[in-house]
Design a protein around this ligand. Structure first.
Ligand code: PLP
Length: 364
């Protein structure tokens, strides 16, 4: 008999998303929750984006603009590229899938890191690839070891920069050296979902590589600093020839009309992004100082979250935090059983997390 389901799909794992508020309330009866588990923007969306969604709500019986003309034009201006170099996705997650579907043949290899954003590995497997996961070095991508893994069969390399869940970055120099070793027939994807939060001046300008015609795809999203995670919108920047192939995979109307309008408005609200960045910088500094006081080790972060090491009690602490109404992210799915990942919140949310953590750690 024919095999109904391919083996690689049979053995695939599901992506474990951060739990939504409603689920925690429903299952645990907790209504007062501080949500620091999914790296969302604690300031919420830009007021301009909310207004744009309200104003467009009466038009949702109409299909979206499939070409996303205005949004692509605005993004092209922002990045100083052409609109043909942009592809929109239903979240940048969808773009990860498009990339794999466009390039990967069954049995070909995908190189990424471990631990990193889980979706690259999960989708790589689901689409029949061989995923090679290179361990991080001191919580950061080890690009040298990743180049050692290059073979004739390598098709794609995924780099989360900054890396989820560690918040570390690949620097411009590291990326430049790395690109010197990557053959022309390998596609490098730099997923910069948290790029807007980065303060380091060493962060690479990967758009340059696209402009030079390298097979580089830059992923960006409206889900994080732009505060539009619920609307699902991300974009890819790549050479036009790559975008044209990926367009063939894309379903029509994948970027919905409210998302397009909200994104246009959010791009006009630079002040909201600045406020978001400033809140993140002070939140990271506060958490770093308090974690040091509590003698909890953490990884210095360039993103809107921080990875903390709680030793063997991490999962138990996670459960106790939840009982106290503080939602953070278990890292057991990432193979970091002794760590938790905490999104940077508003000052009062960060305080609530630290106060609760301090209390919980004092328990036997
Ligand atoms: C590294 C990374 N890339 C992409 C995403 C998903 O972004 P989107 O909401 O645009 O699908 C996340 C979300 O947590 C992420 O951490």
């Amino acid at each position: 008999m024919k095999r109904l389901i391919p083996e690689y799909l049979e053995n695939a794992t599901l992506y474990p998303p951060g739990r939504p508020l409603e689920e925690v309330t429903r299952m645990h009866g907790i209504t007062e929750l501080t949500k620091l588990n999914a790296n969302e923007n604690c300031l919420g969306p830009s007021p301009l984006a909310i207004q744009a969604v309200r104003e467009s709500a009466g038009d949702i019986h109409l299909y979206p603009d499939n070409s996303a003309f205005y949004l692509k034009r605005k993004l092209a201006d922002k990045w100083n590229i052409s609109a043909e170099q942009i592809l929109l996705g239903n979240g940048s997650n969808e773009l990860v899938q498009f990339i794999l579907m466009t390039f990967l043949l069954p049995g070909e290899e995908v190189i990424t890191a471990k631990p990193t954003f889980l979706l690259y590995g999960i989708m790589g497997h689901v689409l029949g690839g061989r995923v090679k996961e290179v361990p991080l070095n001191n919580f950061a991508y080890d690009l040298e070891r990743m180049t050692d893994e290059l073979t004739e069969k390598t098709k794609l390399i995924f780099i989360s920069n900054p890396n989820n869940p560690t918040g570390t970055i690949v620097t411009g120099d590291e990326f430049e050296r790395f690109m010197g070793h990557v053959p022309q027939d390998v596609v490098v994807v730099t997923d910069e979902a948290y790029g807007e939060y980065v303060t380091s001046t060493d962060f690479p300008d990967t758009r340059d590589y696209v402009q030079k015609g390298r097979n580089v795809i830059v992923l960006r999203t409206f889900s994080k600093a732009y505060g539009l995670a619920g609307l699902r919108l991300g974009y890819a920047i790549a050479p036009v020839r790559i975008i044209r192939y990926m367009e063939k995979i894309r379903e029509p109307f994948n970027a919905n009309s409210l998302a397009q309008k909200a994104a246009l408005a959010a791009l006009d609200d630079a002040a909201h992004v600045t406020k978001t960045r400033e809140n993140n910088i002070s939140g990271l500094a506060y958490l770093a100082a308090e974690l040091q006081r509590l003698q909890v080790s953490y990884v210095p972060s360039q993103a809107n979250f921080i990875l903390i090491d709680l030793g063997p009690r991490a999962e138990e602490v996670n459960g106790m935090l939840l009982q106290e109404g503080v939602m953070v992210r278990s890292m057991s799915g990432y193979g970091l059983q002794e760590c938790l990942r905490v999104t940077i919140g508003l000052p009062e949310e960060n305080r609530k997390f630290i106060d609760t953590l301090e209390r919980v750690l004092q328990r036997e």
